[in-house]
Write a protein that binds this ligand. Structure first.
Ligand code: RFL
Ligand code: PHB
Length: 391
């Protein structure tokens, strides 16, 4: 079988790319190793930047997001045993804002459109190799319903996440990975209780970081910094709520408790593989880079990559010019490194390193004080959080 663009991975980046290409009349096939239910239920991101929302609208996939997404104009920072500061995005960014709309819902919306309207999306289709990327007919070999099949393409896009196969198709000598692993993880919970805040709260405390997010007016999503290797089952529900109470403590504010319906632990890592293109293979989203979740950038970076790539493929398809495709890696990496820096900054400013000294803590508090007292410092945070335009 042949297609113009073979897309490995049916996560947000692969699905959004497929929609953008389909609307421009470019045929493509999406191979996704997991089944539909698994892909639609994987708990992950919750915050969409303005430019991600714009891209979903352009893809015709924002109907439910526009009806049900919660628009947020800021975040609250808490630190130093009860100090608090709200960062207002629109006034600091010429009107940019963010949406609380879960990745699970973005994926459900894109899957439903794709199954109704094309292009082909194969669940249970696991890519095992990508070959010939330095020729003009790269081939993806995949296993579907127990049989090995091949897909020849004009271009292949690896949207297969951090553990996918596409990155490995680039020879070791042609790629460099830059990486940082953090000495802490997040314990995340979903709870059937209305959020205790209208906007997200990022808290720095003497016992580590905590984040109050949400999924809907009825469901809260909360995170606690925990040591690497923590088994979530060792935390009882009461212990989790007590620890959240301590880390968010602020006079006159209480955290509402409710039944915890899910608990998971996620490690924190920064990683970038350069370049993001090799021959006729492009890497997009988590396949090329990951960030710790503190800056809420991962899904947004994935969306920005495929917006840039879709534009470049449309240019090639309509004019034959490969200039934007040739510039893809450099164009994306500029934004990726900005987001890597911001995610590292948010992570290291708000978490407590197990080796942390009193000096390090004073630096963190000084940085938070600065954000609270300087429009320049909070403006920089707001611009990065609400997201830079895709250029
Ligand atoms: P994904 O979502 O990992 O999708 C990759 C897909 O490829 C499939 N696959 C294969 N398919 C075929 N053949 C193979 N050999 C394959 N190997 C893998 C996989 O099954 C999967 O379906 O990558 P993508 O599309 O690049 O999307 C990236 C985002 O998922 C990720 O960056 C975000 O979830 C990160 N993230 C957040 N990002 C934000 O922008 N805002 C947030 O608030 C935010 N919060 C988070 C997050 C990530 C988290 N976790 C669990 C890491 C919160 C959490 C808890
Ligand atoms: C989430 O709602 O899952 C979420 C929100 C903000 C973050 C990370 C995760 O920085």
């Amino acid at each position: 079988m042949h297609t113009t663009v073979g897309i490995i991975g049916g996560g947000p980046s692969g699905l959004l790319l497929a929609r953008l290409l389909h609307r421009a009349g470019i045929d493509c096939v999406v191979l996704e190793s997991r089944d539909r239910a698994y892909v639609e239920q994987r708990q992950r991101a919750g915050i969409l930047e303005q430019s991600t929302v714009d891209a979903l609208r352009e893809a015709g996939a924002a109907g439910r997001l526009d009806a049900e997404g919660l628009v947020h104009d800021g975040i609250e920072l808490r630190w130093d045993g009860g100090r608090s500061h709200r960062v207002d995005f629109p006034s600091l960014t010429s009107g940019r804002r963010v949406w609380v709309y879960a990745q699970t819902e973005v994926v459900k919306d894109l899957v439903a459109l794709q199954l109704a309207d094309g292009p082909p999306l194969r669940f249970g289709a696991k890519a095992v190799s990508v070959e010939g990327v330095e020729t003009d007919r790269p081939v993806v070999t995949y296993v579907h319903e127990g049989r090995t099949k091949t897909l020849t393409c004009d271009y292949v896009v690896g949207c297969d996440g951090f553990h996918g196969v596409a990155r490995a198709a680039v020879p070791d000598t042609a790629r460099t990975t830059y990486e940082r692993v953090y000495p802490y993880s997040w314990l995340g919970i979903l709870a059937d209780v209305p959020p205790s805040c209208e906007e997200l709260i990022y808290a720095h405390s003497s016992r580590g970081f905590a984040l109050h997010s949400m999924r809907s007016p009825e469901v809260s999503r909360l995170y606690l910094q925990v040591p690497n290797g923590t088994d979530p089952s060792t935390w009882s529900d009461a212990q989790i709520w007590d620890e959240l109470d301590f880390r968010f403590a602020r006079r006159g504010w209480t955290l509402a408790r409710g039944p915890i319906t899910a608990k998971n632990v996620l490690p924190m890592r920064s990683s970038v593989t350069e370049p993001m293109r090799f021959g006729r293979l492009f890497l997009a989203g988590d396949a090329a880079h990951i960030v710790p979740p503190t800056g809420a950038k991962g899904l947004n970076l994935a969306a920005a990559d495929v917006v840039v790539l879709a534009r470049a493929l449309v240019r090639w398809h309509t004019t034959g010019s490969t200039d934007p495709l040739d510039a893809y890696s450099d164009t994306c990496l500029r934004r990726v490194w900005r987001a890597e820096h911001f995610s590292w900054f948010m992570t290291t400013t708000l978490h407590t390193d197990p080796e942390q000294s009193g000096f390090d803590t004073r630096l963190q508090v000084s940085q938070l004080d600065r954000i609270a007292s300087s429009p320049h410092a909070e403006g920089e945070l707001a611009m990065n959080y609400a997201g830079l335009p895709i250029t």
